[in-house]
Design a protein around this ligand. Structure first.
Ligand code: PGA
Length: 249
């Protein structure tokens, strides 16, 4: 039996203006009020929507997350956002090391680990993303890459909860998903690495992400060591996101 509650987290990426973002959040709050979710639920809107969405989520079981944070607590970092600013306005989570940031902003494992440590220091739960490219998978290097990212991107064991998200880069936004056996193999290897590295390794949720949809959510969630889902495209509609949340029942 898993030692953690499963988490369904919606990653809105760079989508949503004030009107649609607040409408989406209000729609989710309505669903959560009608039927209490059987898992933890979070939404991660873009920075501009965090504060208005925090107000809408207040009093509901849906938690708020950001999509990134800076390594420093404050200071001269134009355009960046500190983890303490995120917890101050009601965030519980911060995604760090998403493959889009690793690719677009050249983020290294060491930077991701520092961001995760900054998130923890501010009382946030970092959702630390790892995953191989198609080229790496085809070269048979999936476990080597993913386990290397796990070793390099995790903050030191001291204090605070973390979440891992395994997201094969080639499955993100493509409609392609690994077979359930492939998902199981990577999640088992991550679990083994976590339990080897950390005292709390058995209780860290390992999410799967990459084209998670209402149609495949139940199957993905049935895989051993899949502790929830990080959902991109399908988190932008109330119906599809809530169908995925309901797959935790
Ligand atoms: P997707 O994105 O569900 O649209 O594939 C997942 C993610 O990048 O977190």
């Amino acid at each position: 039996m898993a030692e953690y509650r499963r988490l369904i987290a919606g990653n809105w990426k760079m989508n949503g203006l004030l009107a649609d973002g607040t409408e989406l959040a209000a729609g989710l709050v309505e669903r959560a009020a009608a039927v209490k979710p059987a898992c933890d639920v979070a939404v991660c809107p873009p920075f501009t929507l965090l504060h208005p969405v925090a107000g809408i989520l207040r009093g509901s079981p849906i938690r708020l997350g950001a999509q990134d944070c800076h390594t420093a607590a404050s200071g001269a970092h134009t355009g960046d956002v500190a983890a303490s600013m995120l917890s101050d306005i009601g965030c519980s989570y911060a995604i760090v090391g998403h493959s889009e940031r690793r690719a677009d902003h050249n983020e290294s494992d060491a930077l991701v680990a520092a961001k995760a440590a900054a998130a923890l220091a501010a009382g946030l739960v970092p959702i630390i993303c790892v995953g191989e490219t198609l080229e790496e998978r085809e070269a048979g290097k999936t476990l080597e890459i993913v386990l290397g990212q796990i070793t390099g991107s995790l903050p030191d064991a001291a204090g605070g909860s973390i979440v891992i998200a395994y997201e094969p880069v080639w499955a993100i936004g493509t409609g392609r998903v690994p077979t359930l056996d492939d998902v199981a193999a990577v999640h088992a290897a991550i679990r083994q690495a976590l339990t080897g590295q950390r005292g709390d390794g058995a209780s860290i949720p390992i999410l799967y992400g990459g084209s998670a949809k209402p149609e495949n959510a139940r199957d993905l969630l049935s895989v051993q060591d899949v502790g929830g889902l990080l959902v991109g495209g399908a988190s932008l509609q109330v119906d599809s996101f809530w169908q995925i949340v309901s797959a935790c029942d």
